[in-house]
Design a protein around this ligand. Structure first.
Ligand SMILES: Nc1ncnc2c1ncn2[C@@H]1O[C@H](COP(=O)(O)OP(=O)(O)OP(=O)(O)O)[C@@H](O)[C@H]1O
Length: 476
């Protein structure tokens, strides 16, 4: 036990009680002599406690707040104070017994500590805010849609409720909408809230699988069905999805002849493996998606009308992200929290960057938005994401889209020629590489990061495409 004489009384306590806390404490007597200083305060003042105890406050800290509280007999709250370039906040109060001031006490908080606490508080507030948003619509939306971020006042909420009604039946569902709006995410949620939730969820991207392989991919094959066929044959996606759901993504890209085979399978509720004879019963929920106008394709003779009616028990159109700006905000907010956690950062978004995101055409929808944000989080070197941290091509698109947009100041546009490294070189590979990379990124963005479409746009083979992604470190 240690202590001090206070107003002729010996006061004893264990010093750790006041030394372990992250707030400085000073106590002085009725004459202004320092009686006690805890470790935190001593650190702020860069002194050893014993060097100061017994000295008059005015001799150690001229204009000290504690002395002012003592002499004016009035509490001094939230006073900013400075000591050798260190800023801190001081609260001080006289100690009054039986109407007589017998001393004073003050607390000191390091301004940096205050900053740290404010930052932590802001982080926590953002997190709570995000949880509140989640909670608000999670009371309305079922857990199966927990990954699907929507604002509480989003038009998507109504659509989701309708989807859920359909999900609980066996009816085939067609999901429509631009690339990247979340059709696959919705298909997963439909499966999870369906009667077949316990079974597998199998995805087939009808645009990505070469036509020649599609039939065996879907329906499987028997041993010896064709050259290169595996021993014992192979199960198709429909067989793999048994008891669960099959999600036929980009159904509009399915070859016309195969459409007829698919229709037969759906009508007869059974299928036969390529090169086989035995009928295998079909026990799957059918969910399809497309970004194409199937009705127009039917008129143009590119999509079978009978298949259209078979897959379209009911259909839902997911609006593009630019048509539901409240969702952009909600997605940005939550994605930033997730990215900060992932990259160990504590970044916030500047107003300019937020304005740009909200006014962006976002042709690649949520996928494009998330990619742009991740790029910005990785590139950002300070505490706030600026417009210039977003990908150049992304900024260019908003400028092209809305030249009238006064909200995106021209100063935020980054000119690629600003990067002078090696710009004087005539090395052909260097320049060809730069152009190739730019074209690949452009194709990816135009296709809403749909690889198959990007490959088509670029007119290169899948292998070359993936080789280039690796070579230019383009992460998808
Ligand atoms: N509302 C949302 N909340 C959170 N993430 C979303 C949302 N919508 C889409 N995403 C994310 O955006 C990306 C694209 O979503 P998804 O693949 O489901 O879109 P899609 O419409 O099926 O695209 P495509 O037609 O190109 O296949 C995924 O990473 C998905 O998780």
């Amino acid at each position: 036990m240690k202590g001090f004489i206070f107003d002729k009384e010996q006061i004893l306590f264990h010093p750790d009680i006041l030394n372990e806390i992250h707030v400085g404490i000073l106590i002085c007597d009725r004459n202004g002599k320092l009686l006690f200083i805890n470790r935190f305060a001593a650190n702020i003042f860069d002194t050893a406690p014993n060097d100061w105890i017994g000295h008059h406050m005015t001799s150690i800290i001229p204009d000290s707040v504690i002395y002012k509280a003592l002499t004016t007999k009035t509490p001094q709250i939230g006073k900013h104070s400075k000591w050798k370039k260190k800023n801190f906040i001081v609260d001080a109060s006289p100690i009054i017994v039986k109407n007589t001031v017998i001393g004073a006490i003050s607390t000191l908080k390091d301004d940096q500590e205050l900053q740290r606490l404010t930052d932590a508080y802001e982080d926590l507030k953002r997190y709570v805010n995000m949880l509140e948003i989640k909670l608000e619509y999670s009371t309305q939306l079922p857990y199966t849609f927990s990954d699907f971020i929507v604002a509480p006042d989003s038009p998507m909420c109504k659509i989701i409720f309708k989807i859920l009604k359909a999900a609980s039946t066996d009816i085939p569902i067609l999901i429509r909408g631009e690339s990247g709006v979340g059709k696959e995410l919705i298909a997963i949620a439909i499966h999870e809230s369906s009667l077949k939730a316990e079974g597998p969820f199998i995805t087939v991207n009808c645009a990505a699988i070469p036509e020649s392989l599609m039939e065996s991919e879907l329906f499987g094959y028997e041993e010896g069905a064709f050259t290169g066929a595996k021993k014992n044959g192979k199960k198709g996606k429909f067989e793999l999805a048994k008891g669960g759901s099959i999600f036929l993504d980009e159904i509009g890209d399915m070859n016309y002849n195969l459409q007829a085979k698919l229709l037969r399978v759906l009508q007869q509720k059974e299928m036969v493996r390529v090169g086989g004879n035995d009928a295998i019963p079909l026990d799957v929920r059918i969910i399809t998606a497309t970004h194409q106008n199937l009705e127009l394709m039917i008129k143009e003779g590119k999509f079978r009308e009978d298949l259209y009616y078979r897959i379209n028990g009911t259909s839902f159109e997911i609006p593009p992200l630019r048509a539901r700006k409240m969702d952009i905000k909600a997605i940005v907010q939550q994605t930033l929290v997730e990215l900060n956690n992932h990259y160990g950062k504590r970044l916030t978004l500047s107003d300019e960057a937020e304005t740009l995101l909200i006014n962006h055409p976002l042709q690649g929808n949520v996928r494009e938005l998330k990619h742009a944000l991740e790029h910005a989080v990785i590139m950002c070197e300070y505490e706030e994401i600026k417009t210039s941290d977003l990908p150049i091509t992304f900024i260019d698109k908003v400028n092209d889209f809305g030249k009238q947009l006064s909200t995106v100041p021209i100063k935020y546009r980054v000119d690629p020629s600003d990067h002078h490294e090696e710009s004087n070189t005539l090395n052909l590979n260097y320049h060809v590489g730069k152009i190739e990379k730019k074209l690949i990124i452009e194709a990816l963005e135009r296709s809403g990061y749909n690889r198959s479409k990007a490959i088509k746009i670029l007119g290169i083979s899948r292998q070359t495409f993936y080789d280039r992604l690796k070579q230019y470190e383009i992460n998808l």
